[in-house]
Design a protein around this ligand. Structure first.
Ligand code: ATP
Length: 513
């Protein structure tokens, strides 16, 4: 099945099974805004818990905060967002569709890379065991030709972005003969800058309302609380502050479902370090964050780092962790070494002294910062994309199963009485009554057992138990495993110990130690 079709199926699966709905659905939706349903919210909460606990519980020197979405407007002047949080946009005059100029060019670069990968795959098939990929890449004429085109375009693009040369960005689009995917034409407008922050007003007009912004990132809430937390928490450098919360960006192009939203959630951690040690810490956090992703068991081959060549003026290192989505490797998380830019800017704009007195050095300095920043929704999407599977079963049957890591699954245990009579529902409720304090259980009595298993597979429930007539005599139930579909008879008294460890966030956290 084509990857595009797989992705469409995942999107409709998310709606059909109560994971993600378009916002304002009965009014035909609102662009790039989504709601999480009854199963989605559980999965999302589990992702957030996994992140929060890995940061705040496992690190003695990291604490959390929850800062407000509304902040003093000068914060966004200081951070540079008012002047520079822009994307270059371009319109196609025929389709009237709007695009990000940088994204159009990056997609063109990816096309050259795909051509090279195809040549390599063809050659691998032809040569079999004897295939030497490195040699092929460095000698094959067709590969070298595509590589040269790719590199030249990449260099030209990087130069244009660094200089924010909007005319040059348009010229690249024309020279590369990039067409609008809708109209198929090259009838482009000039490239313009577009600020991504949403504005609103605080206070009534009578009082003199002032313009404020919906935060486009949670990080600034951490920077402006640096002094509060450092002092009240008696924190010693190096230390970190973590936060999970909503962020808002008026994205030019809303595509790919919850990958790019206008209202989304971030999990950010700012780690304050001694100047000069930041690149060591950057490398440590880079490794730790990749380990966090890999502990989910989706396969190392599905992740890669993308080190930035174009650095923001205040950064001295930056990388993305990319995940292999059905539409290619895409950024899920960014790790940035932001120097002392943010704290210094806030010191300048607020007039406060924002420093740390280092008792070992007996001197004060402005700490440097390493930031790890991950989108909850993008993480959710990567989990869904990896978990969604269509399986052919023996006997010609098939099933859709979400192979979610058990610790992230919305429901951990489905409790299913074989029939709706003979005291089986009562027995099932008695079991639930005990287990519901330990993990999320769901009771279901409607439809045949087979259908109920399929429904649980479709939402990724790792375990089901069936209560039958024998249960009333022997106090045992049938425990079914989602992935193997194996069924075993187990005593009710052992259920908790059999399941709890496997479905707890702790099971993931232990892999990080
Ligand atoms: P992109 O290049 O895809 O626009 P970015 O580099 O602007 O992303 P950051 O500012 O580094 O993103 O934000 C950190 C994380 O927040 C991203 O890695 C991503 O997971 C998430 N994120 C950013 N913008 C969005 C969005 N519009 N919708 C959903 N998640 C987002």
């Amino acid at each position: 099945m084509a990857q595009e079709d797989v992705f469409k199926k995942i999107v409709s699966h998310c709606k059909e099974y109560g994971f993600v709905f378009p916002s304002s659905d009965i009014y035909d939706g609102l662009g790039a805004v989504y709601d999480y349903g009854q199963n989605g919210v559980e999965l999302k909460n589990n992702i957030k818990q996994y992140w929060w606990q890995s940061m705040v519980l496992l690190h003695e020197n990291i604490v959390g905060i929850d800062s407000a979405i509304f902040m003093h407007p000068t914060i966004w002047k200081a951070s540079g967002h008012v002047d520079a949080f822009n994307d270059p946009l371009i319109d196609n005059r025929d389709s009237k569709k709007r695009y990000r100029a940088d994204v159009l060019i990056e997609e063109q670069i990816a096309k050259y890379e795909e051509k090279i990968d195809k040549e390599v795959a063809k050659a691998r098939k032809r040569f079999g065991e004897a295939f030497d990929e490195a040699q092929f890449r460095s000698t094959n004429a067709r590969v070298l030709e595509q590589q040269a085109k790719r590199d030249a375009l990449h260099q030209r693009y990087a130069d244009a972005m660094n200089a924010m040369d909007l005319n040059e960005l348009k010229q690249i689009i024309l020279d590369e003969e990039i067409v609008c995917p809708i109209s198929g034409t090259r009838n482009w407008t000039d490239v313009r800058q577009f600020n991504l922050m949403f504005k609103t007003e605080v206070g009534s007009t009578a009082e003199g309302a002032s313009t404020i912004y919906l935060r486009p990132e949670t990080a600034q809430g951490i920077f402006v609380n640096y002094l509060n937390v450092q002092k009240t928490g008696r924190m010693k450098v190096p230390f970190g502050i973590a936060q999970i919360g909503k962020a808002f960006r008026n994205e030019i192009v809303a595509r790919q479902f919850i990958f790019r939203m206008r209202e989304f959630e971030q999990m950010e951690m700012q780690f304050f370090v001694k100047p000069g040690t930041e690149l060591d810490w950057f490398n440590k956090w880079k490794a730790y964050r990749l380990a966090w992703h890999e502990a989910l068991g989706f396969g190392e081959e599905n992740y890669r780092y993308h080190d930035h060549e174009k650095l923001a003026h205040y950064a001295n290192a930056a990388t993305d962790i990319e995940f292999h989505m059905p539409f290619g490797f895409k950024e899920v998380e960014g790790i940035h070494s932001r120097t002392n830019f943010d704290l210094s800017q806030h010191a300048k704009f607020s007039g406060r002294k924002i420093e740390y007195f280092d008792p070992e050095l007996n001197e004060s300095y402005t700490p440097y910062v390493i930031e790890t920043s991950i989108g909850v929704d993008r993480m959710f999407l990567s989990v869904m994309c990896h978990a969604y599977q269509e399986e052919k079963l023996e006997g010609g049957d098939s099933r859709v199963v979400l192979k979610l890591p058990a610790a992230l699954a919305p429901v951990k245990l489905a409790v299913l009485p074989l029939v709706k009579k003979d005291g089986l529902p009562e027995k099932a409720h008695e079991i639930m009554q005990d287990l519901k304090f330990h993990f999320n259980c769901k009771y279901e009595e409607k439809d045949s057992i087979g259908k109920r298993y399929r429904r649980q597979d479709a939402i990724g429930t790792p375990f089901c138990i069936t209560i039958d007539h024998d249960t009333l005599q022997d106090n045992c139930v049938t425990l079914r495993d989602r992935d193997t579909m194996e069924q075993t008879r187990v005593p009710i008294s052992e259920l908790r110990s059999l399941i709890e460890d496997k479905v707890s966030i702790t099971s993931l956290l232990k892999k990080l130690q």
